[in-house]
Design a protein around this ligand. Structure first.
Ligand code: NAP
Length: 300
């Protein structure tokens, strides 16, 4: 019998990517939930449910009718600067809704797969973070995601939390851009861009993050896993590699410091992950940045 999987937030970057991967796989019976119309162009006959996260009783009813084996939550308020300003809105989406889902997944005996972030850490460790390092978020988005992890641990019985870093990719009708799309488009338009040279990340191709979600289903993985691709680069170095890959003018990329840019919300300066647990327990395969870009390009 096919495994029933519900993807919540199916219109977002990860949500759509997951739907595209799971849709044609006969092992899974896929259901998708998001606000507004289904924006997933590849999965036109998808079992899609439009949801309003403030009306959890309707979502609960739908979920009970589906009786899923897995609920994957790819829905979140992901704009870090907006979270800093709209704290109550951020809490409603990133914490309270997650708590409802965690409680409901327990009631339904479904495994709850939730996505978290490197932004729960302060980025001051001076080394890569493992799953048991102490979180210390430096902005409200990070705090909300940390509180979400706590409500998942406290309220769900079978759960997997996948923390990830700087996700890039392209899906249909995107509401939000990402670093790779922004750099590529700006340089193609011959616009000069200012890119931070003192923040370091392990950029993650969304297709590979979706692979990790599917591995978590297949392995029935429990607990917290660090999932990113394997190259640790400054944001400036990432932009330069994108320019090289697409043969675009590198001289348009101006390095600037975090201080000069003056973002609304503070960012953790350096976040990289120790990936050993995911490699060993999930058989996860992290990519080099160029291999990720190659897949990104093939998927455009
Ligand atoms: N992107 C990154 O760099 C990154 C890094 C670390 C962790 N993560 C985590 O990865 C997960 C997936 O993120 P993503 O990159 O796929 O982000 P995304 O493209 O912004 O997707 C988030 C989805 O949540 C939906 N959403 C937000 N508020 C909503 C609301 N009030 N009601 C209904 N839907 C709402 C959005 O809907 P609309 O599309 O309709 O706005 C969007 O489709 C998130 O948990 C995020 O925290 C992301």
């Amino acid at each position: 019998m096919a495994v029933k999987v519900v993807v919540i937030g199916s219109n977002g970057l990860l949500g759509q990517t997951l739907v595209n991967k799971l849709y044609n796989n006969k092992a899974y019976k896929l259901y998708a939930m998001a606000s507004g119309e289904n924006r997933n162009s590849k999965a036109t006959e998808l079992s899609y449910f439009e949801i309003d996260i403030t009306d959890f009783s309707s979502i609960k009813l739908q979920l009970s009718l589906i009786a899923p084996n897995f609920i994957i939550n790819a829905l979140a308020m992901t704009n870090v600067d907006a979270c800093e300003v709209e704290k109550n809105h951020c809490d409603a989406i990133n914490v309270h809704f997650v708590k409802e889902l965690a409680i409901n997944s327990k009631e339904l005996r479904a495994r709850f797969i939730h996505i978290s972030t490197d932004f729960i850490f302060d980025g001051e460790k001076g080394n890569f973070y493992n799953e048991i390092d102490t979180p210390n978020p430096v902005n409200y988005y990070g705090l909300s995601k940390l509180r979400a992890e706590k409500v998942v641990c406290e309220n769900a019985t079978d759960f997997t939390i996948l923390r990830t870093i700087l996700v890039y990719g392209k899906v249909a009708n995107m509401k939000r851009s990402n670093l790779v799309l922004w750099v590529k488009k700006s340089l193609e338009n011959r616009e000069s861009i200012r890119v931070i040279n003192d923040q370091y990340r392990m950029p993650t191709y969304v297709g590979n993050l979706a692979n990790a979600c599917i591995l978590a289903i297949q392995k029935n993985a429990t607990g917290i896993y660090h999932i990113s691709d394997k190259e640790y680069l400054s944001i400036y170095e990432i932009a330069q590699q994108i320019a090289d890959f697409y043969n675009l003018p590198k001289e348009l990329i101006q390095p600037i410091s975090t201080l000069e840019l003056g973002q609304k919300a503070k960012r953790p300066p350096k976040t990289g992950f120790v990936l050993d647990k995911a490699l060993k327990e999930l058989g996860y395969n992290p990519l080099s940045f160029i291999d990720g870009l190659t897949l990104f390009h093939a998927n455009l």
